[in-house]
Design a protein around this ligand. Structure first.
Ligand SMILES: C[S@@+](CC[C@H](N)C(=O)[O-])C[C@H]1O[C@@H](n2cnc3c(N)ncnc32)[C@H](O)[C@@H]1O
Length: 396
């Protein structure tokens, strides 16, 4: 999503200097992976993994700025503190209604703004937190988060810890993952003459190209066969979220007690694999432009795909988590209580900013419908705040 005016010339996007050199180095590494693969190709998910998370040259590892005005795209916490306000209200209720440790685990904390917003808001609400644990895959993002937390909330910064995954102790508390799953690598699939094929990345001259081949791995073929594909005419391309499913299984293994809030762009499965969505949802972002070629600006643009919430719900249930609620962001915000913003107590300029954020978060043409919130839980009787009025569980 872009909120900022963008320069529409190709020049505004072109890679210069260090970026261009880093992208070349990354492309050489990807060529090497292809060369040593034994099949002269890597799966699309392997390509996306390298493009985003290569330990030295990947997008999230090395880009100077990913989020906000100077970066490539904007997430809800980057708009301001309103999204964090509603999430904090829900988290405070979770701690109040269940005897769980006052501990928050945030996966993929981006710039660290959501952590700052939540800890500040919980502090304001008088909700004491013991620990805020961030599990961040990118060392570079972790460094950015550490700087922001130290600068913006010095008095409570000692509560924030960074941990590798899986957490050494079992997870007890509230887990949040905002726009993390849509940054996880996906496999691409395409129906060719009625049979599902898998997307592979190969080389053609100096460039990379996508090639759809017969599926080689039995497990992946089974995953594809379990999906009820739509009736469609012509070519149908989409994504399969194996990495996100494996990630949720791993989280569930460590999960002992508490609640988990997953918020992201996405759909239930029948809407995801809709006949009209025949190009899938894969999208790239650079300098607030929405782009469509993952082989452009390799390592210097974001690559993302929407989340299949039905597949997450199915995995959750098979690994012992309960699905407590699923709704749109607008539904979640309205049910959590607009009155909690107490607009009347704010300065005019703050009122304007809050109203603007609310518009973006709730408008059906922006984040209100496309962005969803799902709550999973284990060993607690969850409070239904956020999901009572507009529960969309039946759509999963
Ligand atoms: C799109 S950004 C979202 C950042 C932040 N949550 C926000 O809403 O602004 C994705 C973040 O998730 C991190 N990430 C991706 N996969 C991850 C994983 N498996 N575990 C932890 N962090 C991950 C990325 O490095 C990045 O910080």
């Amino acid at each position: 999503m872009s909120l900022y005016p963008v320069n529409s010339t190709a020049d505004a996007l072109s890679l210069l200097g260090e970026e261009s050199e880093r992208s070349s180095r990354l492309q050489d590494e990807i060529r090497q992976l292809i060369g040593t693969s034994g099949i002269n190709a890597i799966s699309f998910a392997q390509f996306m993994e390298s493009a985003l998370y290569h330990p030295v040259n990947g997008y999230y590892t090395a880009a100077t700025q990913v989020l906000d005005r100077g970066g490539d795209f904007t997430t809800a916490p980057e708009l301001g503190a309103v999204f964090g306000h509603f999430l904090s209200t829900k988290i405070a209720r979770a701690f109040h209604s269940s005897p769980i440790p006052a501990r928050i685990y945030e996966f993929g904390a981006g710039s660290g703004k959501l952590c700052v917003q939540i800890l500040s808001e919980l502090n304001r609400l008088g909700c004491e937190i013991d620990d805020y644990v961030i599990i961040e895959i990118s060392p570079r993002m972790k460094q950015i988060q550490q700087q922001l937390v130290a600068r913006q909330i010095p008095k409570i910064s000692t509560k924030v810890h960074w941990s590798d995954f899986p957490a050494d102790k079992g997870i007890q508390g509230v887990v949040i993952a905002n726009e993390v799953i849509d940054a996880m690598p996906v496999e691409l699939i395409r129906f060719v003459e009625g049979r599902v094929h898998q997307g592979y990345v190969t080389e053609r001259g100096d460039a990379f190209q996508l090639e759809f081949r017969t599926i080689l791995e039995e497990e992946f073929e089974q995953t594809c066969n379990q999906i009820s594909w739509p009736n469609f005419e012509g070519i149908y391309t989409s994504e399969i979220h194996c990495r996100a499913e494996a990630w949720l299984e791993k989280v569930a293994e460590c999960f002992e007690v508490g609640s988990m809030l997953i918020s992201d762009y996405g759909f239930p499965q029948h809407e995801y694999y809709h006949p009209d969505r025949n190009q899938g949802t894969l999208m790239c972002h650079r300098r607030h432009h929405s782009l469509h070629d993952p082989f452009d600006f390799i390592g210097c643009q974001d690559i993302t795909a929407h989340v299949n919430f039905s597949s997450l719900a199915r995995i959750a249930e098979t690994v012992g988590l309960e699905v407590n609620g699923f709704t749109t962001l607008a539904g979640f915000i309205v049910d959590t209580g607009l009155e909690s913003l107490d607009l009347a107590s704010l300065q005019i300029s703050e009122q304007m900013s809050v109203t603007q954020q609310l518009n973006t978060l709730t408008s059906p043409s922006e984040m209100g419908e496309l962005f969803k919130v799902m709550e999973l839980s284990k060993n607690i009787e969850p409070d239904r705040l956020g999901f009572k009025s507009f529960d969309h569980m039946h759509r999963l």
